[in-house]
Every structure is written in structure tokens, then in C-alpha cells.
Design a protein around this ligand. Structure first.
Ligand SMILES: C[S@@+](CC[C@H](N)C(=O)[O-])C[C@H]1O[C@@H](n2cnc3c(N)ncnc32)[C@H](O)[C@@H]1O
Length: 503
């Protein structure tokens, strides 16, 4: 078998061997999303959303999760050389009717300093670490496209073994428009499917089946119950005329998937994230390769499609992304999972609150920026100095009635809002337009970190923000600390502490 070589491969392999001998970076708890948000019980397990570079996160998980993850799906950067973004809406209104109320923000950059060589080292190091976490009966799916799919196929044969290659899945979607007429329009992604060994989970679940093609359906008849049948066949040279029924669910999936459309802005699952993948795609993969309660991980989680589907299919999950904004989008997506599509009956809402989950971060991560530069008007960017590194301010009032407490947010002030791009400023009509999310821990303690006990937030489909919290009733008299977290539309987080005495 031939192997793939590139500049930096040997160094990467040595580096990972050495990394494994070192102490990993500590994963610190930032926040837990606790009941009453949650109504299911996952035993002692809490799902994990981790902010950090996949390489260090994978290393940090090795101690506790070696050989324990049943399914890894990743949709990493494809080595495209491009920059990807997500859309932010401003205010309460329906932005689909007013295009000026959308702004775009960079989600991640997919360009590589030393081109393909550095991309290959990047993905190689992470794929080596993922193998250690995968269970002996586990499966790994890697979502790519024409840019690097063929290189990663050879790399995976080397790391996971060519005998453990199961499929090269073609996910084909209609291309929106032909951007060039100098070659054929590219309209499919590739998903490489490997297992760790020859013994692995693969379920013949009717929910993963593909619909019959129109050609097959046209050749079949339907009885009064809607069940397909054909007449025919022959026995002993005689033609048979009885009905031969075939299963209603469709056909066991082939490796070319043409039945899953790309995400559209008018769908419930749309998160405004440019590389977001459809829930139907992840549903097929998860139902095929895991059983209920199995552990699933996605280390390039983006808008959180994998973990949202895992949550709804009663699987345990670990999600990771190096972008703080992606973590914020995913947090809201899981908190709001009740309002998303039911995976069994797409026309219905899922209608179940999520399991409790924790947000962790690599200890080395810090919020060492004040304002994402892309929000600042080019004219004033160069005048901003480090001394101006101040945080925004939010004003909150506390209403206390006996031992019940509600909070009202009455203002949110961004220092230097004169610096903001005109496209944003023009669309801000009231202070609350700045706010994307706010949440309260009514009984904050440094040891337990922030526990989200109440939250109000905007989603692409639900724009209104509550400015007054629900009442919280204190059982214990005495002093209590409240922590309030506000995240604005630029992704900037402000935390404010209040102390209250309950008599
Ligand atoms: C193609 S997107 C994933 C989209 C996702 N499948 C979805 O449905 O929304 C790739 C993600 O990988 C993240 N990413 C890039 N480099 C990373 C790294 N070294 N560690 C962790 N995440 C990374 C990006 O921030 C981005 O959110």
C-alpha cells in the first residue's frame, strides 16, 4: 500500500507521540446549564461543550475517554483557502423582510500558511488523537469535498487501516447556480466512513432508509393502505399474478445520498452559519452507527448539528469548537432544542427540554480581546488603543417581593459606539438591540461556576428578548449572590454580580 508524504509529516507524528507523554491542558468548567432548563435524566453523565482547539481538547480527553467514544463525526475545514461567516440579525423584527438588518461576521478562516502541507499536518495530528478516543467497536465519519477528500482517504487508510474503510459516501445536493462554465458544476461532498475494527455497530434501522426512486415508484402499484406492491414473477414457467408487497419504508441506503437537501434560510434548523450541515444527514449517520445512550463526539462542531441530533436521539455527546461564537450559537441551539424539528415527524416540534450540559474550556483560553475588529468602522480602527480596553456596561434593577426576586435589564452601553460600523449603528434603535442573550445564576458561587437558572435569548426564528426575568424564590434566608451574564450581538460577554439579602 502506498502512503501519503508531505512536508512536515514526520514532525507531526513525532510531535503527537511526545504530546501524549506530557500532561494535558486542564479543562475548566465555565458554565452549566441546569434544571429547570432540563427534564430528562442522563444518570450521572453530563453532555459536554468544549471551547478550544481540537488538538488540545482531544489530548485533554484522553485520560477519561480513551476507547470510549462510539461515533466521531467531523466536518473540519476543507482546505478551501476561503473565509466562512455567519449572519447576525439586529433587533426584534423579521430580518428576512429587511436585508439591511443582517450583518455578517467571520466564523473561521480556512487558509493555510504553507498551503496543503500545513493543512495535511493539521488534520493528521487530530486524526491520530481521535483514533485513541474511538471505542474498539466505534466508527468515524469525516466530511470533506473535492479539495482534500482524496488525500485524506489515503491518510485514513494509513492511520485506521485500509481494511477498516467502509464507505465513501457521496452527499449530492443541487448546486444553487453555475458560477463557472469552464468545468462541470461541483455539487457533492464526500463523507469517508471508517471503523476502528471489523466488529462495529451498524443498524438496519428503517429510519435511515431512502425513499424509492421515482422510476421504481412509477413501476409499482399502491393498495388502498398506501402499501407498494408489484404483480409478477414466475414459477415453473407460469406467470404469477398475486400481489408481491414490498416494505413501505424505502430502500436500505446506498452510498450516494441524493435525498437530503442543503439547509435553507426558511427552515426551522437554520442557524445562519455558512457551513451548517442538515440534521437529516446526521440523523442517518447516528442511527446507523450508534445505539441509544452511546457517546458521540464532534470536534469541529460549528453550529452544533451533530450534538443537536445526538440530543434528540438520546445519545450522549461531546462537542468542541475553537470559536467562542460557535460555542455561543451551539449553547442556544441546545437550550432551544424543544422548538426544533422532531426527527421522527419533521412537521412537529421536538418539544422536550434538553439534558443538563456543561460548557468547558481549555485553561489556556482567555478572552483577551475587547472588540472584534470586524465590527469597528475602518476609519476609526487605527485610533483604538489598548488603554481603551473597557468592557460594556449593563444596568439591571432588582425587584424583591418577600423572598421572590425578578431582574430587569434597563440599559446596555457599549463604550465607543461611535466606532461601530455605520451598517450596525444605523440599525440599532434601542439598547436591547445590542443584546443577543442574557442569563442569571440566582445563587452564584465561585466553586460551582455559573449555573444558568433562567435565560432569554434570540434565535434566527424567535427574535423577541424578555427584559424582565421570571421570579426566583429563595428557600434559604441570608445573603445570596446573583450573577448576570449578557452576550451582545458582537459576541462580547459581560458578567455582573449583585448581592441580595433574603430575610
Ligand atoms: C465546517 S464548520 C462545521 C460545521 C458544522 N458541521 C455544522 O453543521 O454547523 C468547521 C468548524 O471547525 C471549527 N474549527 C476550525 N479549526 C478548528 C480547530 N483547530 N479546533 C476546533 N475547531 C476548529 C471552526 O470554528 C468551524 O466552526
Amino acid at each position: 500500500m502506498g502512503n501519503l508524504f508531505w512536508k512536515g509529516k514526520q514532525e507531526s507524528s513525532k510531535y503527537i507521540e511526545q504530546l501524549k507523554t506530557k500532561n494535558p491542558v486542564f479543562l475548566q468548567l465555565i458554565e452549566s446549564i441546569s434544571p429547570p432548563m432540563s427534564e430528562k435524566n442522563n444518570g450521572d453523565w453530563l453532555n459536554l461543550l468544549i471551547w478550544g482547539d481540537a488538538k488540545f481538547v482531544l489530548h485533554s480527553l484522553l485520560d477519561d475517554f480513551k476507547g470510549k467514544i462510539k461515533l466521531i463525526y467531523i466536518d473540519p475545514p476543507f482546505g478551501t483557502g476561503g473565509e466562512f461567516n455567519y449572519k447576525i440579525q439586529i433587533g426584534d423584527g423579521d430580518a428576512s423582510k429587511n436585508s439591511s438588518k443582517w450583518i455578517r461576521k467571520a466564523a473561521y478562516n480556512d487558509s493555510w500558511e504553507h498551503g496543503l502541507d500545513s493543512y495535511l499536518s493539521f488534520i493528521y495530528e487530530r486524526l491520530l488523537l481521535m483514533k485513541d478516543l474511538l471505542s474498539p467497536e466505534g466508527s468515524i465519519y469525516i466530511h470533506l469535498d473535492w479539495h482534500v477528500g482524496h488525500y485524506i482517504k489515503v491518510m485514513m487508510d494509513e492511520i485506521y487501516g485500509e481494511n477498516n474503510f467502509r464507505n465513501e459516501i457521496i452527499w449530492s445536493y443541487p448546486a444553487a447556480s453555475a458560477q463557472t462554465k469552464r468545468f462541470f458544476v461541483r455539487s457533492f461532498d464526500v463523507i469517508l466512513f471508517y471503523t476502528k475494527s471489523d466488529v462495529y455497530t451498524f443498524n438496519d434501522d428503517k429510519n435511515i432508509y431512502m425513499e424509492y426512486s421515482d422510476r421504481v415508484k412509477n413501476a409499482l402499484s399502491k393498495d388502498s393502505n398506501g402499501t407498494f406492491y408489484f404483480r409478477g414473477g414466475s414459477h415453473d414457467g407460469k406467470k404469477l399474478s398475486q400481489k408481491v408487497y414490498i416494505e413501505n419504508e424505502g430502500v436500505f441506503p446506498r452510498d450516494v445520498w441524493m435525498d437530503i437537501p442543503y439547509i435553507r434560510a426558511n427552515t426551522l434548523e437554520y442557524q445562519g452559519f455558512s457551513t451548517q450541515k442538515p440534521e437529516r444527514l446526521l440523523r442517518r449517520i447516528i442511527l446507523a452507527s450508534t445505539r441509544e445512550n452511546d457517546l458521540i463526539a464532534d470536534f469541529f462542531c460549528g453550529s452544533g448539528t451533530t450534538i443537536a441530533v445526538a440530543e434528540k436521539l438520546n445519545r450522549r455527546w461531546i462537542g468542541c469548537d475553537m470559536s467562542k461564537n460557535a460555542i455561543h450559537i451551539m449553547k442556544k441551539r441546545i437550550m432551544d432544542v424543544k422548538n426544533s424539528n422532531d426527527l421522527q415527524d419533521w412537521k412537529k416540534k421536538y418539544n422536550i427540554l434538553p439534558n443538563e450540559f456543561k460548557i468547558l474550556s481549555l485553561e489556556s483560553n482567555s478572552e483577551n480581546y475587547w472588540f472584534p475588529v470586524e465590527f469597528i468602522s475602518k476609519k476609526v480602527r487605527s485610533h483604538l488603543s489598548d488603554q481603551e480596553n473597557r468592557t460594556p456596561e449593563c444596568k439591571i434593577i432588582l425587584n424583591k417581593n418577600k423572598n421572590a426576586v425578578t431582574l430587569k435589564i434597563i440599559d446596555y452601553i457599549i463604550p465607543y459606539n461611535h466606532c461601530i460600523s455605520p451598517e450596525i449603528e444605523e440599525n440599532i434603535t434601542t439598547f436591547s438591540d445590542w443584546i443577543d442573550y442574557w442569563s442569571i445564576d440566582f445563587d452564584y458561587s465561585v466553586q460551582c461556576k455559573f449555573r444558568t437558572m433562567w435565560a432569554s435569548y434570540r434565535t434566527p426564528k424567535r427574535r423577541e428578548l424578555k427584559l424582565i426575568s421570571d421570579p426566583y424564590i429563595y428557600e434559604q434566608p441570608g445573603p445570596h449572590e446573583l450573577m448576570i451574564k449578557v452576550v451582545d450581538i458582537c459576541g462580547i460577554e459581560t458578567n455582573k454580580k449583585l448581592t441580595i439579602n433574603i430575610s
